[in-house]
Design a protein around this ligand. Structure first.
Ligand code: GLU
Length: 376
């Protein structure tokens, strides 16, 4: 990748503030509160422009429809990242950006190999002293899995922001341009450092740990059960909360040391679920099965024996919930101690799949695995 052509330039004000040991953003707000409320082009960009790499992976933000009224029926992953960046000239006022196309796919096509490739490239870029932050353009369908994975495995406190859109750029009311502008603002802001991998859409900043897609077509689709971390509005990045669970620098997982992720399958519960789906997962080499169970992890009477049989073969069994939120209580709906099973904390099945795959690179002891599920 080419180096940035414009390097960090400190203004006299920021140089003085740094010399005084002050955070430039905070100090500027203290010195000039009126300017902060009236200058939408962002007080954060006045000190210096951050160097941000925008990695394109595809999704609707790179999509195009046949007409402007095609807001939900269109082809995703067709517009190159450099073209997307060029379509939002306002970005160049807040950061020096470079585009890099790593994939051009719908995010449903992410798999372990692609996840690892993306993570390793992000890690490589974060190590460059002239890179201040990363933005990843991504399909919205699996943003929550990629963001959680990066949140758990990157070893840097520089901001990493995953962004997508619900409407293609060709649509009336397209949301991608503003989402991308907001993502660059957040990635450029020193206040975003040390907060783990973030997801920015629809004026909100979410932690990659909590966020999930909750609607198939609305722009207001991303939700975190405990609320977003903050807003992006009028060019300002506003944080109100901090992630409570360990992430990035604080975890035991390191993207640079991961070459392969163990197979973890999800079996979805429903009335009349076929027990053969458990056997299929075992035959396919699953090291763990996340059972996306009903309610508080309840397991149908005809499913208990197949899951116990899988455990007897060494496969870890994780009870999760298909409800969309809440914690699964150990030894409540099922005797986990007796069966040597594990429960999720509040992780959705697809997030528990990511965490279990990482946890299994560390241990195969169900007690230790349980601790990891409760920790992250
Ligand atoms: N299925 C596509 C994807 O996830 C399009 C959905 C979107 O990006 O909003 O990449």
């Amino acid at each position: 990748m080419k180096r940035f052509t414009r390097f960090t330039r400190l203004t006299t004000l920021s140089a003085l503030l740094l010399a005084a040991g002050l955070n430039a953003g905070t100090a500027q707000a203290q010195l000039a509160p009126a300017a902060a409320t009236t200058a939408p082009a962002s007080a954060q960009s006045e000190a210096r422009k951050a160097n941000i790499v925008i990695i394109g992976t595809g999704g609707t933000i790179a999509g195009a429809g046949a007409s402007a009224t095609n807001t939900a029926a269109y082809q995703s992953a067709v517009v190159p990242v450099d073209k997307i960046i060029a379509s939002v000239p306002e970005i160049s006022k807040v950061a020096n950006v470079k585009g890099e196309q790593i994939f051009q796919i719908g995010s449903e096509s992410f798999n372990n190999e692609r996840l690892l490739k993306l993570g390793k490239r992000v890690s490589e870029l974060l190590k460059q002293p002239d890179v201040d932050g990363i933005v990843i353009t991504h399909g919205t369908d699996t943003i929550e899995e990629t963001a959680y994975f990066l949140n758990l495995t990157l070893k840097s406190d520089k901001p990493v922001v995953v962004v997508g859109s619900m409407r293609p750029g060709t649509a009336l009311g397209a949301d991608g341009a503003l989402n991308l502008y907001d993502a660059v603002l957040v990635a450029s802001n020193p206040d975003s450092r040390g907060k783990g991998t973030l997801v920015v859409l629809n004026d909100e900043i979410h932690t990659g740990r909590d966020v999930t897609k909750s609607n198939t077509f609305k722009t207001e689709t991303f939700r975190s059960p405990f609320g977003p971390l903050g807003y992006v509005v009028e060019g300002r990045t506003l944080f109100f909360r901090l992630p409570a669970r360990p992430h990035t620098m604080q975890t035991e997982f390191d993207i640079d040391k991961l070459d392969k992720l163990p197979e973890v399958a999800i079996v979805y519960a429903y009335g009349n679920v076929n027990p053969a789906s458990v056997d299929a997962a075992v035959k396919n080499g699953a090291k763990a099965i996340v059972f996306a169970a009903t309610g508080n992890g309840s397991v149908g009477d005809y499913m208990v024996e197949p899951l116990k049989a899988a455990r007897a073969k060494g496969v870890q069994i994780v009870r999760a919930s298909r409800t969309g939120s809440g914690v699964v209580i150990r030894n409540a709906e099922q005797p986990d101690d007796k069966y040597d099973w594990i429960v999720t904390d509040d992780q959705l099945p697809q997030k528990a799949r990511i965490l279990m795959a990482l946890a299994l690179t560390k241990t195969n002891d169900p007690k230790e695995l349980q601790k990891i599920l409760w920790k992250y």
